[in-house]
Design a binder for this molecule. Structure first.
Ligand SMILES: Nc1nc2c(c(=O)[nH]1)N[C@H]1C(S)=C(S)[C@@H](COP(=O)(O)OP(=O)(O)OC[C@H]3O[C@@H](n4cnc5c(=O)[nH]c(N)nc54)[C@H](O)[C@@H]3O)O[C@H]1N2
Ligand SMILES: Nc1nc2c(c(=O)[nH]1)N[C@H]1C(S)=C(S)[C@@H](COP(=O)(O)OP(=O)(O)OC[C@H]3O[C@@H](n4cnc5c(=O)[nH]c(N)nc54)[C@H](O)[C@@H]3O)O[C@H]1N2
Ligand code: SF4
Ligand SMILES: [Mo]
Length: 703
């Protein structure tokens, strides 16, 4: 018998994670059938950000890609919506039905009644963003991209003006590393490689600012365990100490910032005592943290996404980003701050997204408010038509969008046609009229940029997909042909789009990138540290941003960094602040289908402070009900002293079906848009909590 052949091929992790790991994949060719399958998946050692490390869930990828529950054929709904009753149909019939529904909707209600919907289930630029080409050519409603990064974008842009920052590989040269509102042990493990290097080689101090003792905080030298939504107050007090005790770099500020004198005057009342009252932190911890930060030149702040998911998130991100501009840490190797590198890639996405056909007068609706949109909220619909048809790719809004109860009411509307293109029968797919089977990243070609570092990479197709799966690009081509949507991008293969986009954007062509494996696009030291100026016309960092340039809801933003008191404060009716942070073994809802991840996560769980538990009669492992005006969920309690009393953590995002009652954590979260630009506020939720009495086993009723 001939043995199976195996070889190691290069790839890129496509998941929605700042690490965008360079992968080495064992591809095994079956000796009999010749079909490829995936063996071990490892991080590429030669990539100096990935450094050979990847997370465990992707190392186990064969569990996901060769999962018996993969969708493999198009399906048509035969029972009521969400009944799970479907029958198999052919691709031609499926695409005819979707195109037919879109054409009919456009004819009856206007093209804005069609809302193509997507997010970052894959981060590949071709397969993720190609849906916009169909949207723009057909004049369908536009989508405001708010669910993940909008609040960070607003807060970071306000001060620095450009999405880049100190190269994360420079962390190895830092003496103080602060992970602020992020949990890299769960969400981007590679960051820990660079932090570990700094600790080993330089004895760097590692501090985590987070409302709970995450797996990252547990390994840090110090955990600053503040109340959720109070980072602005902490940052202000730190800057107050810097001015008061002489850690502020006045020469730097005079040269590089807009209004240091106003800032200093404004911060005079923002004392550590003031911040202690807001953050719940002891005064001495704020003083000491401020002194450590102020006296360390090589101080690196890794700004996470977590603390942006608040109504005051943009103000808090901005306040934290002011710290290195006050102390001048930007000037030093290993110093400064970093949120995301998306500003460095200068993509020309005309071919991928159809920018030449984009018309900014067409209605744009907030994706985080999909529930509001689909239930007819005029604040989103404007004076345009109701949405009557959708194609959903790379997102699972029935689970991940805020205010799930409203989202479900919308998705279940009888006068709404929904096509979901998916890898698995997600809860969104179950609510659809037509379900199309999608390829996974090793089954199609795509181009990737990294948010958390500076590499451009190509992930080529390595194996054939199971059954009849098609890539997003192929589905869009099929719909375009039926709808008469004309654009050069529809005529090209994915690899041709990759090649042409690279060249049009001034990068090496696809062949070169494939040969070299990656292009290091990190700007120079000067540009990454903003030493040639910040990215505003006056070249200065803005302590006093012009928020009106950032978003429409700007009038109430604080003029200078502050505690912006608009969060969903706890009160007598809802005494707890809920944070719904990412779980380690899931990635959003991806991997909730793999047995290895499910086993490790256990079950939906609330981390409850022992004092709160004692007061409510909650014991380890018992059931608790969390609720507010939007909904209620039941989870099991785990007693945990790594939070302040009054704060509850539920790691996410479990499918709704895993909760008693069939509704998950986002039944509690709100779709209030965070000012000034919008954005979802997943960690800004006040709830009540009660113990659920253990059910008595009742005898069956006799008749
Ligand atoms: N409670 C709570 N809710 C949250 C968050 C939280 O922290 N707490 N985080 C929020 C954030 S930051 C985000 S970004 C969202 C993310 O929410 P989602 O975008 O829904 O999350 P993902 O699981 O990354 O991807 C969604 C789907 O894309 C599919 N997919 C992957 N690749 C492809 C492909 O090539 N083609 C097609 N057609 N489908 C594909 C996957 O199978 C998966 O079901 O969730 C948000 N929701
Ligand atoms: N394993 C895993 N990895 C993931 C994901 C996942 O679901 N699971 N999701 C991916 C996606 S889409 C994204 S956007 C990234 C997000 O990755 P991160 O940047 O890590 O952001 P979050 O996951 O939202 O939250 C991180 C931390 O912020 C904390 N936090 C919440 N509120 C506050 C606050 O007010 N102040 C402070 N200081 N901290 C606060 C939370 O407690 C949590 O520990 O991760 C990606 N990677
Ligand atoms: S750490 Fe992030 S990018 Fe790297 S393999 Fe895991 S999910 Fe993918
Ligand atoms: Mo995200």
């Amino acid at each position: 018998m001939t043995p199976d052949r195996s070889e190691i091929r290069g790839s890129v992790c496509p998941h929605d994670c700042p690490s965008t790991c360079a992968l080495e994949v064992e591809v095994i060719a079956d000796a009999e059938s010749g079909r490829g399958r995936i063996g071990a998946v490892r991080g590429a050692a030669a990539n100096n950000y990935t450094s050979g490390v990847i997370c465990a869930k992707v190392a186990r990828y064969r569990e996901r890609i060769h999962h018996p529950d993969r969708l493999t054929v198009p399906l048509l709904r035969t029972g009521p919506k969400a009944s799970g009753q479907f029958r198999e149909i052919g691709w031609d019939e499926a695409l005819d039905r979707v195109a037919g529904a879109f054409a009919e909707t456009s004819a009856r209600h206007g093209s804005e009644a069609v809302w193509p919907f997507y997010f970052a289930g894959t981060m590949g630029l071709v397969q993720r963003d190609g849906i916009n080409r169909l949207r723009h050519v057909m004049r369908y409603s536009r989508q405001r991209m708010t669910i993940c990064t909008a609040v960070c974008e607003a807060g970071w842009m306000a001060g620095a003006g450009r999405f880049t920052g100190t190269d994360p590989r420079e962390i190895a040269k830092s003496d103080l590393v602060i992970v602020w509102g992020g949990n890299p042990v769960h969400t981007q493990i590679n960051l820990m490689t660079h932090i570990t290097r700094a600790r080993k080689e330089r004895g760097a101090r590692f501090v985590v600012v987070d409302p709970y003792r995450t797996a990252t905080a547990a390994v840090a030298d110090e955990h600053v365990m503040l109340r959720p939504g109070t980072d602005g107050a902490l940052a202000c007090a730190m800057m107050h100490v810097a001015f008061r005790d002489g850690y502020a770099d006045r020469d730097y500020m005079a040269h590089y910032t807009d209004s240091p004198a106003e800032l200093e005057a404004h911060l005079r009342t923002r004392t550590p005592e003031w911040a202690a009252g807001i953050t719940g932190l002891p005064v001495h911890q704020i003083e000491e943290f401020a002194r450590t930060y102020g006296t360390t030149q090589r101080a690196y702040i890794r700004v996470g996404y977590g603390f942006s998911r608040m109504r005051n998130g943009a103000a808090n991100i901005h306040a934290v980003s002011c710290l290195p501009a006050v102390t001048g840490a930007w000037q030093h190797e290993g110093g400064g701050a970093f949120w995301n590198n998306r500003g460095i890639y200068r993509w020309n996405k005309t071919l991928i997204e159809g920018w030449d056909k984009r018309d900014l007068r067409i209605r744009e609706m907030d994706m985080s408010r999909i529930g509001a949109v689909l239930t007819g909220d005029r604040r989103e619909l404007g004076d345009g038509p109701q949405v009557h048809a959708m194609l959903i790719q790379n997102q699972n809004p029935a689970v991940v969008a805020p205010d799930s109860n409203r989202v479900h009411r919308g998705l279940l509307r009888d006068d709404l046609f929904v096509c979901v293109h998916e890898q698995f029968m997600t809860e969104t797919a179950r609510m659809a009229d037509v379900v199309l089977p999608a390829t996974m990243f090793m089954e199609h070609d795509d181009l990737y940029q990294a948010g958390g570092h500076g590499h451009i990479q190509i992930g080529p197709k390595l194996i054939d997909p199971p059954g009849e799966c098609r890539s997003n690009h192929e589905v869009l081509q099929g719909l375009a042909a039926r709808l008469g949507a004309k654009h050069r991008g529809f005529e090209m293969t994915a690899m041709e789009l990759i090649d042409a986009t690279l060249i049009a954007s001034g990068w090496p062509d696809a062949k070169t990138v494939l040969e070299r494996r990656w292009v290091d696009a990190q700007p120079s030291f000067e540009d990454s540290h903003f030493l040639s100026g910040f990215a505003h016309p006056d070249k200065r960092f803005h302590f006093a941003p012009d928020w009106s340039r950032i978003g429409p809801d700007h009038a109430r933003m604080p003029k200078l960094p502050d505690h912006f008191a608009i969060i969903d404060e706890a009160g007598p009716d809802r005494p707890f602040r809920l944070v719904a942070a990412p779980a380690r073994n899931f990635l959003n809802t991806s991997f909730t289908e793999t047995p290895g991840s499910r086993r490790r996560e256990g079950r939906p769980t609330a981390l409850v402070h022992p004092d709160d538990a004692a007061r409510l009669g909650v014991v380890e492992g018992s059931r608790v009900r969390l609720g507010n005006e939007r909904g209620q969920v039941v989870v099991h309690a785990k007693l945990f002293d790594g939070v302040q009393p009054g704060v509850v953590i539920v790691e996410s995002v479990w499918p709704n079906a895993d909760f008693e009652g069939g509704i998950g954590i986002n039944a509690l979260t709100s779709d209030d848009p965070a000012p000034p630009f919008g954005g979802a506020v997943f960690h800004d939720t006040a709830v009540w909590m009660e113990a659920v009495a253990a059910e008595l086993a009742l005898p069956e009723a006799a008749d």
